[in-house]
Design a protein around this ligand. Structure first.
Ligand code: NDP
Length: 333
């Protein structure tokens, strides 16, 4: 069984030293256990946070242990009455080719509804993040302006489409012309701004948001967010979902202080994690599935092939090499 472990805690951008490939024997399965062969693993920006030993909403990864994260596998041996060989399941077994799972730490997924990989994206963690962050905190109303940073990524691309369903004027900020075209032509965003080539982000935002910004769904933090926060409307809402521009920074990120903006605009900024909504996941997944079936939502995946390429794929997130959900396909069903 090949596995990828955390070899050392990165300072700045992770590199080859951060990860180690290992091979281990697979244990015999016991009563109530199943043996899984990994089909897909998810690589996610939040994993960068777990590589450091700091207090957070989730425990840090342990050194020399398998990198944990969302994965999809196929049952190839079962001693559980709940699973049979061939079942496709989702769990948190992370970056390894096989895994002996307790029956209660995995969940079956139905391959007839949508491609199985969608359970790591639009119908899974990132789709739910978009759904609850936007609807519970952002609460967009018809005719309002919603700006999204990291707009062409897994979370951002869903946020913008849900905002369109709610009748908002939707503006996405992303890092390439190809991404901007994807947002406008395929996802129906009203405007897109390439933050890497713009000469003046604040000016471009003013043009794209003539009525200013009512909801800013923040995936990136840093200077992009400074620019958007300066354009808030009265009673604006800012769901703070991520700050990927700072995840590899070695020094604290000090931007303009926003208190006076929030006061002047009676605006609300609220951090959240999708885990806050565990008891409503079902509701979110049902609604996202319904919109998908009705053709109101679409999604893109960037799929990297091969177990060996997992660390590189993870680093691609910080280079912006993905459109939509970034996944690694480890083996065929
Ligand atoms: P994405 O699919 O959006 O991938 C990351 C994207 O971030 C890249 O494609 C890149 O696109 C962009 N990016 C990378 N570096 C920078 C930078 N320095 N400045 C601006 N943009 C950058 O990932 P996810 O959709 O999975 O996650 C998006 C955000 O949401 C992350 O910050 C993540 O941590 C957060 N998140 C939070 C959750 C929560 O519960 N609060 C749950 C899930 C995700 P580009 O080409 O546009 O630069």
């Amino acid at each position: 069984n090949r596995q990828i472990t955390l070899a050392e805690r990165p300072k700045g951008m992770p590199d080859e030293q951060t990860f180690q490939f290992k091979t281990e024997e697979i244990n015999e399965i016991q009563q109530d256990e199943v043996l899984l062969r990994t089909l897909y693993v998810s690589v996610d920006p939040y994993m960068r946070g777990r590589m450091v030993d700091a207090e957070s909403y989730i425990e840090p990864f342990q050194l020399n242990e398998v990198i944990e994260g969302g994965s999809i596998g196929e049952v190839i041996e079962s001693k559980s009455e709940h699973y049979t060989v061939g079942d496709v399941v989702i769990g948190n077994f992370g970056w390894q080719e096989y895994y002996v799972a307790q029956a209660n730490e995995i969940r079956k997924i139905d391959p007839s509804v949508a491609p199985i990989s969608t359970h790591l994206g639009i119908l899974g963690m990132t789709g739910l993040t978009a759904y609850f962050g936007l609807l519970d905190i952002g609460q967009p109303k018809e005719g309002e302006t919603v700006v999204i940073s990291g707009a062409a990524g897994s979370v951002g691309s869903i946020v913008g489409q849900i905002a369109k369903i709610k009748g908002a004027h939707v503006v996405g900020i992303a890092g390439s012309d190809e991404k901007i075209q994807f947002l406008k032509d395929e996802l129906g965003f009203d405007e897109g701004i390439n933050y890497k080539t713009t000469k003046n982000l604040a000016e471009d935002l003013k043009k794209a948001c003539p009525n200013k910004v009512d909801v800013y769904f923040d995936n990136v933090g840093g200077e992009i967010s400074d620019a958007v926060l300066s354009q808030l409307n009265t009673f604006a809402r800012v769901p703070v979902c991520g700050a990927i521009s700072t995840y590899n920074s070695e020094e604290a990120d000090l931007g303009p202080r926003v208190q006076t903006t929030l006061i002047k605009k009676s605006a609300m900024m609220q951090g959240f994690t999708v885990g806050n909504y565990t008891d409503r996941f079902k509701e979110g997944a049902v609604q996202l599935g319904k919109w998908l079936q009705e053709g109101k939502l679409s999604y893109r995946e960037t799929i990297v092939e091969g177990f060996d390429n997992i660390p590189e794929a993870f680093l691609d997130l910080f280079k912006g090499n993905n459109i939509g959900k970034l996944l690694v396909k480890v083996s065929d069903k």
